[in-house]
Every structure is written in structure tokens, then in C-alpha cells.
Design a protein around this ligand. Structure first.
Ligand code: NAP
Length: 132
């Protein structure tokens, strides 16, 4: 099926593994240009290598950033290329005791799960709206 995604640039947060990685594969099979994300350049490069083996003719790049770290998020936002499709996939949770979970952990999860999508959408959505 042709979803008309050829040459569209897609940024997928949290895509070195799991659902994000599977999404990258699905979009590459449609001919999209995919930008991978994970917390470290090592994990991002490893994911790119795996994808390049499966999709040698497609364009795959990466941007590492830990969405729980404000300085890394700021740097990511400053270095984003033009994005056609944003997939706010990244999400974390901890299954520890409610009574023992400290404020810092709640804030970390809020930063990663909620503010990652807020900050990226705020930057990327205007050009998407302009492109209809
Ligand atoms: N799996 C499920 O059954 C399920 C069900 C419902 C909803 N979800 C949601 O679907 C999304 C994907 O889940 P998943 O199971 O595929 O996740 P996963 O397998 O745990 O994958 C986590 C991905 O997120 C990246 N990541 C983790 N913390 C990050 C951070 N602070 N900053 C940037 N990247 C980070 C990891 O990259 P590195 O390790 O390279 O840093 C990895 O690529 C999440 O939002 C999850 O809540 C999952």
C-alpha cells in the first residue's frame, strides 16, 4: 500500500527499541526519511545500523536527547531539521511503590511523557499547519 509518505521526514521520539523502532521500520518501508531518537548517541547509532541493514536504500539519521534533561531537550529543539511527521512515542513508567516514589521521579516521568510532546509539537506544528 502506498501511504504517500515517500520523502517525508519523520521524527520518532524513543525509537531505538520497541514500538518506536517498529514504527521506524514501517515508515522506512513506505520510503519515508526517518530520524531516530534515544538517550545516547551509542544507542541511536546502533539502531541506525540495524535499520540500514534492513533498508539499505533509505535515509536514516538520528538525534540523541534524553527528554528528562532540559539542556539536552533545548539542544535537540535548536538542531531539528524541517519535520513533516512527528511521532511523540517516547514514554516511561516505574512500577515502584506509590508511597516510596519521590517527587523527582514524578517530575521525571512528566518531563518525558508529557513535556516532550508539548515542546516538540510547539516547535513543529506551525509548519505542519502551514503545509496543511
Ligand atoms: N509496550 C507496551 O505494551 C505499551 C503499552 C501502552 C503504551 N505504551 C507506550 O508506547 C511507547 C513506547 O513503548 P515501548 O514499550 O515501545 O518502549 P520501550 O521498548 O521501553 O522503548 C523505549 C524507547 O524510548 C527511549 N527512551 C527511554 N527513555 C527516554 C528518554 N528519557 N529520552 C529519550 N528516549 C528515551 C529508549 O531509547 P534508549 O534506551 O536508546 O535511550 C527506547 O528507544 C511509550 O510511550 C509507552 O508508554 C507501550
Amino acid at each position: 500500500m502506498d501511504l504517500e509518505l515517500k520523502e517525508k521526514t519523520v521524527f520518532i521520539t524513543g525509537s531505538t527499541a520497541g514500538i518506536g523502532f517498529a514504527t521506524a521500520k514501517a515508515l522506512l518501508s513506505e520510503g519515508a526519511i526517518v530520524i531516530i531518537n534515544g538517550r545516547t548517541s551509542t544507542s541511536v547509532e546502533a539502531a541506525i545500523n540495524r535499520l540500514e541493514q534492513a533498508f539499505p536504500n533509505e535515509t536514516i539519521t538520528g538525534l540523541s536527547a534524553d527528554f528528562s534533561k532540559q539542556n539536552e531537550v533545548n539542544s535537540l529543539l535548536e538542531n531539528l531539521p524541517k519535520i513533516d511527521i512527528l511521532i511523540n512515542n517516547v514514554g516511561v513508567y516505574s512500577s515502584g511503590s506509590f508511597f516510596k516514589t519521590e517527587d523527582a521521579e514524578w517530575y521525571r516521568q512528566f518531563e518525558v511523557n508529557v513535556m516532550s510532546g508539548v515542546r516538540l509539537s510547539r516547535i513543529i506544528l506551525p509548519s505542519m499547519l502551514a503545509n496543511n
